[in-house]
Design a protein around this ligand. Structure first.
Ligand code: 3PG
Length: 219
């Protein structure tokens, strides 16, 4: 690894990789109904997906995180983290990691004051290199499909060999395996395991079945 990239220890990439690797598919959860939190997390964990990202996009997202964190085996992360305030809230709610769609200098700096690690989002080599210069070597590739998908990640392998990715955005049961088979992909994230209609009808058996299928893709 380039010495400049190694100089900063902003992100303990090894620790974060160890955390998310427990299941190589991370459900990306957009939820406002706190009553759905426990049974949904129980279904996902029962299906083998225990690393959960709850996006900070709903008024009750932090309460959802707190509820899900009570489920045995669940490892909670916050998503859509865009400010230092979001980071403080994430730590307070019991998150073990944070995910951002982007990687602004301000955000990366703020993450250095946190004890829980950040997975910052990038969409291009320059963005990836800026994050790497600050010590971030495990990055979210977002929005994966819209940015060119597996083709782009394959193209990153030779010029950016130190970097590994979690592609998210447009990843589904039909293409997750293509991503997971790449050597620079640690895990994938996606909302497909929690369809809105399944949540609405409280069909947690279906969510468990989808989680089980998704988990098999990552094994
Ligand atoms: C998001 O930001 O909503 C996540 O990346 C999930 O994207 P998806 O809904 O396409 O899986």
């Amino acid at each position: 690894m380039d010495s400049e990239w190694r100089a900063h220890m902003a992100q303990n990439a090894e620790q974060l990789i160890e955390t998310v690797k427990q299941a190589r598919v991370i459900p990306v959860i957009i939820m406002d109904d706190v009553d759905q939190a426990r049974p949904a997390a129980e279904a996902l964990v029962a299906g083998g997906l225990n690393v959960l990202e709850v996006t900070l996009r709903t008024p009750n997202a932090l309460k959802v995180i707190e509820e899900m964190a009570k489920v045995d085996g669940a490892v909670l992360g916050s998503g859509t983290v865009r400010s230092a305030e979001h980071m403080r809230q994430s730590a307070g709610a019991g998150c073990q990691f944070m995910v951002s769609p982007g990687a602004t200098p301000k955000l990366l700096e703020a993450a250095e004051d946190m004890t829980i690690p950040l997975l910052p989002g990038i969409g291009s080599p320059t963005e990836a290199m800026i994050a790497a210069e600050r010590g971030y070597t495990f990055l979210k590739f977002f929005p994966a499909e819209a940015m060119g998908g597996t083709k782009v990640l394959k193209a990153f392998q030779s010029p950016l060999p130190e970097l590994v990715f979690c592609p998210t955005g447009g990843v589904s049961a039909s293409n997750a395996m293509d991503y997971l088979s790449l050597s620079n992909v640690v895990c994938v994230g996606g909302s497909w395991v929690l369809p809105a209609d399944a949540l609405e009808s409280r069909d947690f058996n279906r969510i468990e079945a989808l989680a089980r299928e998704a988990n098999l893709l990552g094994l």
